[in-house]
Design a protein around this ligand. Structure first.
Ligand SMILES: [Zn+2]
Length: 501
């Protein structure tokens, strides 16, 4: 082994020196761009080959299916991070560019501002094992692509759901900068969890579609199969470079089933708290019960990315809703019922203290219209709910405000790009390119075998095409470098330990 690796290192060195000599010979004086390019490519290839032989990659793999990229990560935190950074290197670079452009555009703050927030405010409170995992991502990414991104970039990027829409509005309130943009916390996703007499087999069924802008959503195509050295095995969807599911949908090997929808018009941030992306990942990795999940999410709650967490424990058949405000929170639980979410808070105390601007009585808003549709759909499906039916529900296009079929901002499968109203509660302008970007579902039986089904793109199967959209909506031209087609894939099953076909 040792001699082998020395030989390998020598071979790589020769390759690099050979490339350099070639470049030197051809370019004694004026350097030609093409030879210089060849030189760079040679060194890049050598670097990639050297990195591919890193022992940390031995137990990891990736493959693509149904529009998703499946990644298996295994081992100690540093190794899992390295695998993540290496295997998803090109996707991380691409995702970082799209996400950071959105963060700086909406907040009118430069990227250095987010790096500083990550370094000074978030980093010191991140558990050591996740610091190691994040460090591993940076190392793996650099080894794969020669990336210039560093730790502060990756931490700020991991906090893309919480820094721009929670921290910055809170900071603007203190600092009162002139012409501060009107930032609003997002309202992402439609989801439910059902159990007992509501489902076909009496056990838990859980489903979720992710609502976000199409720019980010089209990149939210990773299935992470995580086998950590400590804690439970995880199967979740996610975003390249981010350690939490972040939209969120995941199951763990101790029976916990987790999803959420975001609280519309949430206000608040605690700079001394622990980043939400860290708490959410930790809870999915270490909680074996609804109580343990709640405890981890409350520990150091910073108010970032405040959600109504929909939980299931397949060991007991119990489901729960954790409405996690910053000043207030509420936990409901039942062994016979259904809990749905579409971005509305319902606890009077949470509404009053954490989302005071939200109007629960406006039947025409996206959260409330979808809430009404969930009630109709789930009530008429009582006793029949299974994964196949859940897939259909995630693609539902009934607008309860207009009482008609029309994919728009008020339907469970959101198509805000088709709405002349947009969603003012989230500051989504008319025809905003956002909505449901992918869906997932599972049940207790599948979760026991660590299986989920997932569909990339609109859960109804509809496609979004960037070119005609941008031509019709020049006000979104700033997104042009990042906004791509989002074509729907088939419903596809994934399971833990799955190998490429
Ligand atoms: Zn749809």
């Amino acid at each position: 082994m040792r001699a082998d690796s020395i030989r390998r290192a020598a071979a790589i060195l020769l390759l690099i020196l050979g490339g350099a000599a070639l470049w030197w010979a051809r370019n004694g004086t004026p350097a030609s761009a093409s030879a210089n390019g060849a030189m760079v490519a040679t060194i890049a290839a050598a670097r990639e080959r050297a990195a591919a032989n890193d022992s940390r990659l031995k137990s990891a793999w990736r493959f693509e299916e149904g529009g998703w990229i499946y990644v298996h990560l295994e081992g100690d935190p540093g190794a899992m991070g390295y695998q993540h950074g290496y295997l998803l290197g090109p996707e991380i670079e691409d995702g970082f560019a799209a996400v950071s452009a959105g963060m700086t555009h909406s907040t009118e703050r430069d990227w250095e501002f987010f790096r500083k927030a990550a370094h000074e405010m978030l980093w010191p409170k991140i558990d050591a094992e996740y610091q190691q995992e994040l460090q591993g991502i940076v190392e793996g990414l650099r080894a794969r692509t020669g990336s210039k991104l560093d730790m502060d970039d990756i931490v700020a990027f991991n906090a893309f759901e919480e820094l721009p829409d929670y921290y910055v509005p809170w900071l603007n309130k203190q600092q009162k900068p002139a012409n501060a943009p009107n930032l609003k916390s997002p309202g992402n996703c439609s989801a439910f969890v059902a159990t007992g007499s509501w489902t076909k087999d009496g056990q838990i069924v859980m489903a979720h579609n992710n609502w976000t802008n199409y720019r980010n959503g089209e990149r939210w195509r990773i299935v992470f199969d995580i086998a950590p050295k400590n804690g439970y095995r995880i199967l979740m969807d996610g975003f390249p470079g981010v350690i939490a599911s972040d939209d969120d949908f995941g199951i763990n090997s101790d029976g916990l089933m987790v999803t959420e929808t975001t609280i519309t018009q949430f206000e608040g941030w605690d700079p001394n708290g622990k980043a939400e992306f860290v708490r959410a990942r930790k809870a999915l990795q270490y909680a074996g019960s609804i109580d343990e999940y709640t405890k981890i999410m409350l520990d150091g709650n910073n108010g970032g990315y405040a959600n109504d967490w929909l939980l299931g424990d397949r060991k007991t058949g119990e489901i729960a809703q954790l409405e996690l405000g910053l000043k207030a929170y509420k936990l409901w639980r039942t062994k016979d019922g259904v809990l749905a979410g579409s971005n509305w808070a319902r606890d009077p105390k949470v509404l009053k203290e954490d989302a005071p601007a939200f109007d629960p009585d406006n039947k025409e808003s996206s959260p409330n219209a979808r809430r009404a549709r969930w009630e109709e759909l789930l009530n008429e499906s009582k006793g029949k709910i299974d994964v196949a039916l859940a897939e259909k529900m995630l693609g539902d296009h009934t607008d309860t405000a207009q009482k008609k079929e029309e994919p728009n901002e008020r339907t469970l499968c959101g198509h805000v790009d088709g709405s002349p109203r947009g969603v003012k509660e989230w500051d989504w302008q008319p025809y905003y390119p956002g909505g449901a970007v992918q869906g997932k579902a599972t049940d207790a039986r599948m979760a026991k075998e660590m299986r989920i089904v997932a569909r990339m793109g609109h859960p109804c199967g509809g496609d979004f095409l960037a070119k005609p959209f941008l031509a019709a909506h020049p006000e979104q031209a700033w997104q042009e470098p990042y906004l791509r087609d989002m074509k729907a894939g088939p419903w596809t099953e994934f399971r833990s330990g799955q190998a490429p076909k």
